[in-house]
Design a protein around this ligand. Structure first.
Ligand SMILES: C[S@@+](CC[C@H](N)C(=O)[O-])C[C@H]1O[C@@H](n2cnc3c(N)ncnc32)[C@H](O)[C@@H]1O
Length: 192
């Protein structure tokens, strides 16, 4: 369970039944936690094994269907799209009220991050905020993933009219002494 999600989710004023989007969701337990809090979850993940593991471990029953781009695993409170994130459309995410990006942007190589963010902003409703957990460290000392994604880069990727607000910085020390800054960010569109 991600402690930043638990700590900051109330900042987003969600109502029971609202949908939270998990890009590159893996089999994250955070999805089950959100369902337990009364929210709905939408996720996308390339790995069929990760999705099947999620349903096995959470003991949630599902129905499986397919469209041109995805195998779709659905139950009452969760829809997981198995396929390429870049194939999602705004229709798939029309009900999304929050994006939770944990280990998604930092899993992507620098050259692909603009496409990742451009796609995100194209498919979520324009007033949907993002809770992002990023990491920043000396990339010379470790190749990644997870990659270091500095705050300056995140601000450039989102750009006007988005505002990136740091909710919390946490200093972590890796076993090899590498200092890693873990950061919780609230990213939302400024009122025009
Ligand atoms: C580091 S894992 C993070 C999983 C999850 N967000 C978590 O917090 O545990 C990154 C995941 O992104 C998935 N992935 C990478 N590229 C993808 C793409 N284009 N579309 C969908 N999933 C993708 C990988 O299969 C992997 O499971």
């Amino acid at each position: 369970m991600n402690k930043f999600l638990e700590k900051y989710i109330q900042q987003f004023s969600l109502a029971s039944g609202d949908s939270i989007f998990f890009p590159l969701c893996g089999k994250s337990y955070d999805m089950q936690w959100c369902i337990e809090q009364g929210f709905k979850v939408i996720g996308v993940e390339l790995s069929e094994i990760a999705i099947q593991d999620f349903f096995t471990e959470s003991e949630i029953d599902f129905k499986r269907s397919s469209n041109n781009n995805f195998n779709i695993y659905r139950s009452e409170h969760i829809t997981l799209y198995q396929g390429d994130y870049m194939d999602l459309t705004a229709l798939d995410l029309k009900d999304c009220k929050l994006v939770f990006d944990r280990a998604a942007i930092i899993a992507i190589e620098a050259f692909n991050r603009p496409s990742y963010i451009n796609q995100l902003l194209a498919i979520i409703p324009s007033d949907t905020p993002i809770l992002m957990i990023s990491r920043e460290y000396d990339q010379q000392r470790r190749s990644g993933p997870p990659f270091s994604v500095p705050l300056t880069e995140i601000k450039q990727l989102f750009n006007n009219p988005y505002q990136c607000r740091v909710l919390e910085d946490e200093q972590l020390s890796a076993k090899d002494g590498l200092q890693v800054l873990q950061r919780a960010l609230k990213i939302s569109k400024l009122a025009q």
